[in-house]
Design a protein around this ligand. Sequence first.
Ligand SMILES: *Cc1c(COP(=O)(O)O)cnc(C)c1O
Length: 387
Amino acid sequence: MDKITRLISSTDHHDRIGGKAIRMVNPPVSAGSTVLFENYRDFALAGTGEYPGVSYGTDRLSAQRCLEEALAELEGGQLCRVFQSGISAITHTLQACLSSGDHLLICENVYGPTARFCREVLPRFNIETDFVPAAIGADIETFIRPRTRLIFLESPGSNTFEIQDVPAITAIARKRDLITVIDNTWATPLYFQPLTLGVDLSIQSLTKYISGHSDLLLGAVSVNERCAHLLTDYYRTLELFVSPQDAYLALRSLKTLEVRLQRHEESALEIAHWLERRADIDQVLHPALPKHPQHALWQRDFRGSSGLFAFTFRQDYPEEKIATFIDTLELFGLGYSWGGFKSLVTVGRYERRQGGRPGQLVVRLSIGLEKPADLISDLRRGLAVLG
Ligand SMILES: *Cc1c(COP(=O)(O)O)cnc(C)c1O
């Protein structure tokens, strides 16, 4: 049976009233800290950590557990844990896997706050980071040091869209007994399955496509058998948890992820092709376009593309012109995050060590669920002001 069919159909949640089961297609949202034990024996077992049931609110109640199970299944993982946000999932994963004296390698195209955590917080715990080129593959071997413990990937990078050769990297990591982690937010587990390619931990910002409605912040980590204990022991020790209401909302949206994502994909490709044909556009940074430098890797490893991509201009326009372009757009909201129903735009710049011209402007679009023809009209009007 297809995973999507199982996600949609394996939902029969019971409560009992009047001796009859109330069969719901959604899990109950039980809120609470205290969970009452049946008897002293169970209470004593909980004290030794051997109680199989739930002993406290932080143990994850029905809604959280249903979400975790659904995500683990989609990612092809052994299990999953849910965190307060995507960045919380990332920083906790790094802390769960690393110790004082360790060294990690991280791709230079990662989500900004991920890089900031490695630069500003990890050194205080004597953990050192080296940034490696965004389009790295087997050449990662040259960066490995004796103290290297972990490799962190983001493919494609969510600002400049380089793709890494994940199987080549995980083959080397296995040989050297290193942990590999990937931020899989762009593709979602529907379009990329890093755990099947040898990655140990796959992270999602559920805030993006999985929640899909810009009304929720959550993150998730799915893990293979090899690293499952690292994650669960850490999660339990820190008594991390998310609210049942948030978990419920994420699970609700997860059921419609496939249809939403198909629409994001089609619309984004239509708009990317339209931009590619314009004389004022330099590059369209979208891995599903044949001109993308790592298109062959994308074709080999991914099942589809999502709705987030970027483009650069041939000319360096003055800041005021860019401001007019952005402020002229009516359908594209100017704001962070992505993967929701509404189209968004943000503007960044290539850093020196990334591709493109240093300082070159990168306009990033999150294509929502509006009709693509209307989005194209909006962009056409906006671009016209650049003259
Ligand atoms: C947004 C984002 C995150 C962080 O997710 P939050 O839920 O907003 O904390 C992590 N990685 C990528 C690639 C993102 O785009």
